[in-house]
Structure formats: C-alpha cells, structure tokens
Design a protein around this ligand. Sequence first.
Ligand code: SF4
Length: 390
Amino acid sequence: MQENHPAPRTPHPAPLGLYIHIPYCASRCYYCDFNTYRFDAVQAEQYLTGLSQEIDVWAATESVRNRQICSVFFGGGTPSILEASQIHDVLDHCRAAFMLEDGAEISLEANPGTVDLPKLRAMREGGVNRLSFGVQAVQDGLLQRIGRSHGAHEAEQTFWLARTAGFLNINLDLMFGLPGQNLDDWVKSLRWAIRLNPEHLSAYGLILEEGTRLHHEHRAGSLELPDEETEAAMYQMTIELLQGAGFEQYEISNFSQPGFHCRHNLVYWQHQEYLGLGAGAYSFLGGRRFYNELLPANYLRAIRERGTAVAGSEPVSHETLRSERLMLGLRLRAGLDLQTFKEMLGIDDLSASDRVVRLLDDGFLGLKEGRVQITARGLLVANELIVQLL
Ligand code: SF4
C-alpha cells in the first residue's frame, strides 16, 4: 500500500496572529457591546466542536498552511469560563493543525472569579503563557455600577493565584471615565495595579457604545460621568504614575515592563495579517478582510453545512489601508518611520502638508531619529489629531 505523505511545508516569511473567539460570559457588563452571550455549558461544548472543524478547514488553505503562527489569543467573551481541559484541547488541535512558532505568545482573557488554582495550573501546563485579567477598577461600588461580576478583593486573589500557578506574563485591564469615578478612585486603581507589579497594563477610557445599558442611561440623562478635564487628568495621571513605576508606554493605552509588549496586539497595530476563528471573528489575509457569522447558532450551522463560517469578505482598499496604517502606527509610541508616514499621506516632503506643519509647530507631533511620533502634549488629543491627518 502506498503511503500518502503530506506535502512538506516551507514557511511563509511573514508569521500570522491567531485569534480565537469564545463568545460566552457569566453576565453582560453594562458597557459591553462585544459578541458575547450568557454561558451555557452544553452550547459551549457544541461551539468548541464547530471551532475544531473550522481549525481544520483553515489549516488546509493555501493562505494559512505555510504560515508560522506567532501568537494565539483566546478572546471573548470570557474564555476563562471554559474548563482548562477544553482550552487545552483547542490548543493541542492548533498545534497539530498549524505551525506554531516555538515560544509563541499564547494569551487568554480571564475574569476574576472564573478561575481557581487547579484551573490556572492546568491552563499553564496546557501551554497558555500569558493571562489578561479584566479588573477595570478596585472599588466594589464602581464595579457594580458597570455590571462587573466580581469584586476588587477577588481580582487581587485571582492575580496571586495566577502567580502561584506560574504565570510570569500577566496583563491587567483598567478603565477610567467610569460613572461616579473621581480622580482619587482612579489613582487608587493605578496604585493597586502598580503594587501587584504585573508585566503589562492596559488603561482604556470608557466608551459609551450604542445599545449598551450605560448608553441607554446616558440618553435618559441618568449617567453621572466625570467631566472632560477630569478624564484628561486621569489619563495624564496614568502616564505619570505608570512611567514613574518603570512601565514603558508603548501604545496610547498600553504599558509594559521592558520586554513584555503584547505580541498579539502588535500584529494588529503593525498591520500584520491574522486569522480569526469563532463566531463574529475577523481575519485579515492576502489584502482582504473576512468576517464570520456573528451568532453562535448561525456560526455552527454554517460550519456544519459549508465547512467554514465566513459570512463575507471584502478587499481592503488602498485608501483604507493607508488610513489604518497611519492611525495604528501613530498610536504606537515608536511612531511611524518618516518614509512610511510620507507615503501614507501621499506627500514627498513634510512641508507639503499644512496640517503636518501646523501639528509639528504646535508641538503635537515630533520628529525623532527619523520617525514621526505623537508628543506627550499630543497624547491627550491623539484621536482628534489623527483624524486631522486622515
Ligand atoms: S466580561 Fe468582558 S466580554 Fe464579557 S460582558 Fe464583560 S466586558 Fe463584555
């Protein structure tokens, strides 16, 4: 009998990021518009079966089969709501189907209260090497106000359990601009995080997304948000305190200890290609953007009937690529190299753009070692500034 050997793989030079969406949470936070649903163990098990089929289908495609995977990111939703053995199985399947780089970053989003020590240990042994905890604030009243399902004490306990389980790369997510939050509350959250000394910290301002409970409250006039100056002071304080504690701000909202930038997020921010698996996940491959069926039931039906759950795809126009690259590049503190910046704006010389000259003269943009960067002054108005350039 003749044996069928699979064709040898010659790695494609550019690695891929792999995103895996787990669309389940214990409950919905009041600010969240993510593609997530109330956890149900039976549905989750069925979902993972679909995910497993989707892995096989993509792994056999030309655009993926020769690509090294530099990062795997379990996002959601709350991936930590799954059993460790389920995460382990998905990861084993990825290892068998894809070419995972040695030392690939394997991150998992986790919520305090959804993990205990045995589960964390099992996740670590299964290959997860980075945890990202959604903490948001350290005042129980504020956490309740935004619909989080854990308290501050639980967040700290979970952090130390993760350390005990051997996690040496942990991110904490914090949020400012919350209803009822004052500057002092925010400083306490930051100091708490600094005391824990994680490797990475993300600090995002609250955005009132349409359709969320907080958005409804805002429209009804019942939401007490910090004013603009307070929010600016919160952001300023974030930079001051975290930099003072040895964190490097490497993106507008992201800080890390030296050597602990998030590899997976850099895939997005540096406009590299990625494959997204699971309900509603997006992929960026070969100059096209693909998106999956949004609802888990439709996702599973599509996988059963067609083998893939792609609901649509579109080419990414030159114009879109240009503006995304400009926006993402400038959000990074390293900025964009001068040549790329000029290409993105379609100019040969910086002086050819009145907008650029004005932003440089006013000290919002700076030029350092051949790179265009947003200055400390520009950071406070970074989004408006980027919009002006587009
Ligand atoms: S835990 Fe995260 S994904 Fe789930 S509802 Fe809250 S913010 Fe959204």
